[in-house]
Ligand binder design. Sequence first.
Ligand code: SF4
Length: 251
Amino acid sequence: MKSAYRSELKPVWCPGCGDFAVLSALTGALEELEVPNHQVALFSGIGCSSRIAGYVDVYGFNTLHGRAIPFARGAKLAKPDLTVLALGGDGDLFSIGGGHVAHAVRSNVGIKVICLDNFVYGLTKGQVSPTTPPELASEGSAVPHPIDPVVAVLAASLGSARSFVAQGISSDPKQLKELFVQAIRHPGFAFVNVLTCCPTYRKEPFEALKARAARLDASHDPGNLLAALALASRPVMEAPLTGIFFRGGQK
Ligand code: SF4
């Protein structure tokens, strides 16, 4: 049955693209939360994943490259009752848009940021992105130390410790949906990094990640920011952990 949150537009993503699973998990989360369609605004940047703004039947805005977060913050400040989502790829949110992330965290405006992290610029045909593992970068373009989006957001949370930070993987849409539900319910800033697949330009890392992915141990206390940082600091290719890393209070 077609979701009440899916628009009439048919996605143009390549067969097998992880973006399909994220779309399904996101519409599933909205269904579970029963947020009226007209009470949701989704801002995206530019890139394959940012096309999602057209595929969800809510107010959708395909904005500028890297600028989904400031658009979303403005909307949330103007209309605090709206559920406001900002979505983009790893290149969009952590390269040209990287400067916005830390300020979104420290302002704690209650937007929900979703990063579709497939380690590549897919729309422009396979360039290295800020999160590309160095072993996958071509010669001459290698970046020795990729950005880990979860570490970046946790580090930005150190000053105020009020954010929600989680990581999912597109091969586990059931958990992903639950992480989106929890992120949307969080009253302040929330961030979900989604490890996902670009089968056209970056298939290898995802196959390895899928095989190694493990849920965070039940003993992890999501109120412990330093413990979350320690767990997230392990290279993602070695330890792709999923679940809620951190959930701050709202004092
Ligand atoms: Fe998905 Fe990659 Fe195709 Fe873009 S190029 S639609 S990210 S599979």
